[in-house]
Design a protein around this ligand. Sequence first.
Ligand code: SF4
Length: 324
Amino acid sequence: MAPLLEIKDLTTSITSAKNKLTIVGGISITLEAGETLGVVGESGCGKSVTSLSVMRLLDKKVEISGNVLFEGADLLALSEKEMQKLRGNQIAMIFQEPMTSLNPLHTIGKQIAEPLIRHQGLSKREAKERATQLLRQVGIPRPAEICSEYPHQLSGGMRQRVMIAMAMACNPKVLIADEPTTALDVTIQAQILELMKKVKREQGTAILLITHDLGVVAEMCDRVIVMYAGQIVEEADVRSLFRDPKHPYTVGLMKSMPDVKSEQERLESIPGAVPLLHEMPGGCRFAPRCSKAMDICHRQAPELHAAGDGHRCRCWLYAEGEKK
Ligand code: SF4
């Protein structure tokens, strides 16, 4: 059976007066119905650009190529009108900072009701009732009163709950969550993650979860994709990734993660920084930061290879027999 969402060879680039810069290149991802897939990496690795490309929410000057297949339709080939019908209805998105998506001039109730009227043909009264019900489901106290309040009157955690209520209003098949808990306190984070799990359980929604936080991945995901400098560098089942990370970048990410069970006093960090778009190394993009780099790594870019235990890995260490 075809996956619910299939991203094939997605490449997003911008052309400046001087040259063409590729932000993400050759990304291929599948998302199965009811699955939670984590996309993890440092800021600047291209994970948010990938999701915004899928939703076609980037500036028109940005070029996107490849295919994004959702239930047989290629989202990159749809008209803007067709895309609008799909966004917030079949595929919904939540962001790190809800204030960027909530309209400060409209009440919470109006903002939740609007897609219900537009996509589902509910009357104003029905949509208002459903909005109250949705706020109750996401754990907002006094939902009827909150419906008449404005975003600035709510705390960050409450606003994120409102975003989830809005995202879930039309029972989307896919929820793209971009750093949904990063701006929140730890206790509120845990509540929001629990809420997303509940939504997945009750509505069977598939979740594409974009995060820099491996703790969130461990808590939420079935499978993980690790991105570095605009490329996928490793893909694996979540347990297998945590048990036996293969790519040196993934190993570095794991070592920089606090572990309450270990007595380690200092966390290790990956030396250096993600390369700038116009300064991408010619061979492996991680080579300048990699303690295992070999001669070939600086000369030739590795492809994604099968690396055992169901992992796919973009590293010459796992491409024995293919080195040139
Ligand atoms: Fe390190 Fe080479 Fe693997 Fe790149 S290809 S991650 S430089 S060992």
